[in-house]
Design a protein around this ligand. Structure first.
Ligand code: AP5
Length: 214
């Protein structure tokens, strides 16, 4: 199964990806998580990406396309994969088509997590994230430990800088202007499956498995 997860910031892509990759043993890349790790490590990639991410803008295409090409080249022979947060505009979608063609692979499905903006704002503003491993909690729906230390890696649990109100607004504008059009792009290719992602986590996961017919 070669998959893309598409949907607004906060739609629950990362939360569902964690469950699906554990169950189906898919190779997984979240471009957002890799970029955050690069920023944490103050690597050249992180230094280039930081100002864009802090402002809620897309990081330049050439940087993320290179990341995904490297991931695909390393993982494509090992079974299925899941791309979370990539592609995010039509240029990236075209680059992905070209990379997969070169590797003799194709996508099986693109899952669109459908949820309204009121819900995503609530999810994003309440999200808390481990600085070490990226694990997520939510102050209301899955509260973090009282000492704000991650139960997986012991890292500090914080609010992501781009989960502040103003940056959330910017991310949603970027999503509407650049990413939402990808639903139509993949619908035309008959790859798009829609999942109503407004329910609680386990119910969304059941819907996801049903949509993937697995
Ligand atoms: P990225 O990290 O990809 O962020 P995003 O797409 O904005 O998505 P999120 O991680 O914010 O949300 P999600 O849908 O994964 O939701 P989650 O499961 O965490 O990208 C960040 C930045 O990196 C971008 O702004 C950009 O700058 C850059 N970037 C990344 N990829 C790029 C690319 N391809 N090109 C250019 N730039 C790129 O859930 C959210 C919260 O809700 C959590 O607290 C969770 O616990 C809770 N929750 C989840 N599901 C439910 C549910 N069903 N019910 C209740 N709570 C729920």
């Amino acid at each position: 199964m070669n998959l893309v997860f598409l949907g607004a910031p906060g739609a629950g892509k990362g939360t569902q990806a964690e469950r699906l990759t554990a169950e189906k043993k898919l190779a997984y890349i979240s471009t957002g998580q890799i970029l955050r790790e690069a920023i944490g490590a103050a690597s050249p990639l992180g230094n280039q990406a930081k100002s864009y991410m802090d402002a809620g803008k897309l990081v330049p295409d050439d940087l993320v396309i290179a990341l995904v090409e490297e991931f695909l080249t390393k993982n494509v022979a090992n079974g299925g994969f899941l791309l979370d947060g990539f592609p995010r505009n039509l240029e990236q979608a075209g680059a992905l088509d070209a990379s997969l063609k070169k590797l003799g692979k194709s996508l099986d499905k693109v899952v669109y997590f459908d949820v309204n903006e009121e819900i995503v704002v609530r999810r994003l503003s309440g999200r808390r994230t481990c600085k070490g491993c990226g694990k997520n909690w939510h102050v209301e729906f899955s509260p973090p430990p009282a000492n704000m230390k991650c139960d997986l890696c012991g890292g500090q649990i914080v609010q992501r800088k781009d989960d502040q109100a103003e940056t959330i607004r910017n991310r949603l504008v970027v999503y509407r202007e650049q990413t939402a059009a990808l639903a139509g792009y993949y619908e035309e290719k008959e790859l798009l499956v829609r999942v109503d992602a407004s329910a609680e986590v386990e119910e969304v996961f059941r819907r996801l498995l049903k949509a993937l017919a697995c």
